[in-house]
Design a protein around this ligand. Structure first.
Ligand code: 4LM
Length: 405
């Protein structure tokens, strides 16, 4: 029996808070036979009304879905929800964070262009640019963007993109989005911020002047370690260009509708999870400072962090990621990681489970040792993604492992 569309009183929609929009934005169960959760459109292709209609969709002369590499109703809902949460006109989903980054950059650059990036990037983003794009005649220039004046000195008419992560993976550098975006705009360069560490709950770079925001949705947006995905958000025209060129023709790395559904489930609890990640990470960072075995703690929530003020200005919390070094260097770091019981040694981050890893030999091993030295990723650094377990259990596990050093 066909379920008639449920009729609802036509009331103007209030301006809902972020937390409410993370659950409801873009979806009305009345449109889907009352289904509380949106259906998953598990289909590769779509049947048009006739040959002319399908042709018109291909020509961009009428809207509609015709192949799921390009668009799909489940992806569309996720994309509209993320755009709403980021304060962007539009969003695009991709098969991974790297899929979002590569589709974006393939769409916006050509040989001879320059991309200015910060000193520190996630290992594969660094490799894609420095070892990959540079082979195609794109110039990659590293600038310490924690000092916006350094960007001012380096930027030129050849600079097409200014790209950074904040907080940066793995060493928690925080970059002033507003200050960098102003300088980039003066030179007609596009500012792209990787907001994976912050999540749109803690930081919305577009509100601070950025043009595009990228996520590894694998991390906090998912929150449950069960998907790989990526998102890019910005002006509708730019996103459409990335969809129809970078995604459709250059990478083909589209998200699965099942992944989109799991991401929407994760995003419903993003605010709750982020509050808890922030609260526990602050406790762990403060406690780590009091331990004899630690030498340096990198967490912008700490008052003595050089990035505390800029983080407080543009983020509503300091996030769940901490980096630190132990007395005893790399040897102590690996011994410590191996002595943990509750905390798992794994790459990735933002999950319910606390994860720990050694960037120099894991996430940032695609930098050469010389590059790691040049860009300030020490061999001693340990990265901790503080999960949702009890903070005292996390600290007790760290404490027992430190006592074994
Ligand atoms: C990790 N990170 O650090 P996909 N941007 C940032 C990231 O941290 C990552 C990506 C993009 C880690 C993966 C193993 C700031 C990934 C790339 O992994 O392609 O979804 O995202 O542990």
């Amino acid at each position: 029996m066909k379920h008639e569309k449920i009729s609802r009183a036509e009331a103007p929609k209030p301006n809902y808070d972020f937390t409410t929009r993370a659950i409801h934005s873009g979806y009305d169960p009345a449109d889907e036979q009352g289904s509380l959760n949106p259906p998953i459109y598990m289909t590769s292709t779509f049947i048009g009304q006739n040959a002319e209609h399908v042709g018109d969709m291909f020509a961009g002369e009428c809207e509609g879905h015709f192949y799921s590499r390009i668009s799909n109703p489940t992806l569309d809902l996720l994309e509209r929800r993320i755009a709403d949460l980021e304060g962007a006109e539009a969003s695009l989903s991709a098969a991974s964070g790297m899929g979002a980054i590569s589709a974006t950059l393939w769409s916006l650059i050509k040989p001879g262009d320059e991309i200015i990036v910060d000193m520190t990037l996630y290992g594969c983003t660094f490799a894609f640019m420095r070892h990959g794009l540079s082979k195609f005649g794109v110039k990659i220039t590293h600038v310490d963007m924690t000092n916006p004046q350094m960007l001012n000195a380096a930027i030129s008419d050849d600079t097409k993109i200014v790209y950074f992560e904040t907080p940066a993976n793995p060493n928690m550098r925080v970059i002033d989005i507003a200050a960098i975006s102003v300088i980039a705009a003066e030179h007609d360069a596009v500012t792209i911020v990787d907001n994976t560490y912050g999540s749109p709950y803690l930081c919305r770079p577009i509100e601070h002047g950025a043009d595009l925001v990228i996520h590894s949705a694998t991390k906090y947006l998912s929150g449950h370690g069960d998907v790989i995905g990526g998102m890019v958000s910005g002006k509708a025209e730019v996103i459409q260009n990335i969809r129809l060129f970078g995604l459709k023709d250059m990478t083909g790395a589209s998200m699965s509708p099942m992944t989109a559904m799991l991401l929407m489930r994760g995003i419903k609890t993003l605010p709750l999870r982020m509050n808890r990640h922030c609260e526990s990470a602050m406790k762990v960072a403060l406690w780590l400072e009091t331990q004899d075995q630690t030498s340096t703690i990198y967490y912008p929530g700490l008052k003595n962090s050089p990035f505390h003020d800029v983080a407080a200005k543009q983020m509503s919390g300091f996030g769940g990621m901490i980096a630190f070094e132990l007395n005893g260097g790399k040897e102590a770091a690996l011994k410590f990681i191996n002595a943990l019981n509750l905390i798992h040694c794994a790459v990735s981050l933002g999950d319910a489970e606390t994860l720990i890893q050694h960037p120099a030999s894991m996430t940032h091993s695609c930098y050469t040792p010389e590059e790691r030295m040049e860009f300030g990723i020490s061999d001693d650094l340990i990265r901790l993604s503080v999960g949702l377990e009890s903070a005292s259990d996390i600290m007790a596990d760290i404490s027992q492992a430190m006592q074994q050093l």
